[in-house]
Design a protein around this ligand. Sequence first.
Ligand SMILES: Cc1cc2nc3c(=O)[nH]c(=O)nc-3n(C[C@H](O)[C@H](O)[C@H](O)COP(=O)(O)O)c2cc1C
Length: 330
Amino acid sequence: MVKIGNIELPDYPLLLAPMEDVSDPPFRRLCKLHGADLMYSEFISSEGLIRDAMKSRKKLDIFDYERPVGIQIFGGDEEAMALSAKIVETVEPDLVDINFGCPVKKVVCKGAGAGVLKDIDLMVRLTKAVVKSTHLPVTVKTRLGWDDDSINIDEVAERLQDVGVQALTIHARTRAQMYKGHSDWTHIERVKNNPRITMPIFGNGDIDSPQKALEYKNRFGLDGIMIGRAAIGYPWIFNEIKHYFETGELLAAPTIKDRVEAARNHLTWSMEWKGERVGIVEMRRHYTNYFKGIHGFKEYRQKLVTQDDGAILFKVFEEIEEAYADYQMT
Ligand SMILES: Cc1cc2nc3c(=O)[nH]c(=O)nc-3n(C[C@H](O)[C@H](O)[C@H](O)COP(=O)(O)O)c2cc1C
């Protein structure tokens, strides 16, 4: 068992990564259904929360069936981070996560996200401010360092643990790498093997198959893994990995019927949570992933991403099920 504060997770838990415009309640519901053990909201601006910006507030929505669930915040100002942790507390998530990993310029420029990898003292002050202002467990997600010449995750991990952080997820890239190149998990392994480190350490970066998950589990000996991009349009990844861990065998790929069902649920829940129009429009980015690699699918994809009437979209799903009733996924 892995523990974060009072939260009990199974051995080697599988975490759903926080992803902006992706890890919202409808998507999280699907991932939960398919085996995610701990999930996070997308990152929420501390400044936005304090200003009471509608967009930031909406991201605080969580539902009991998705527990345990964490809310992720970011920002470069101690007071704003402390205040926003208090706001987060009011919706009673299971934990608060701080984002010290976002590489995007507009975030980094404000001394937030991966920006603080250049200033560990600031990172520690921001974390302390959050830990002091909430009774919830505080976790952190970060990267290896700013660039190849300044990898500082060893010091970061020790200092964050010293100020009360209860789990650390490390995306095995530097800020300079953005999402390119390969993620180097040997740095995470070193942190995990540091005898001073007692908090759970989760690895993140490029896990996209059950085989790779098992290989990394055996090779790096961490406390669990976090999965991001591979879950987009493919929430089955969590149970596929679990099944492979348990049996050494691969589950059959989801059928077209399974994919349609997932996309239909995703659309339904998006429309419920976001309102019909926004739900339909924001769902468009997901269809390519749900129906990736399906022969002759272009015509249906075109309909899915252009229709703005929910009833017609549900009819398109039926057409897809009929047209591909005998289709074999490879
Ligand atoms: C579309 C997208 C949005 C992301 N948004 C966030 C975010 O809000 N907070 C965060 O900590 N990381 C964010 N990330 C980074 C992911 O959480 C994760 O660290 C990264 O994708 C590497 O993991 P993967 O290879 O499993 O995708 C985002 C990544 C993607 C692709």
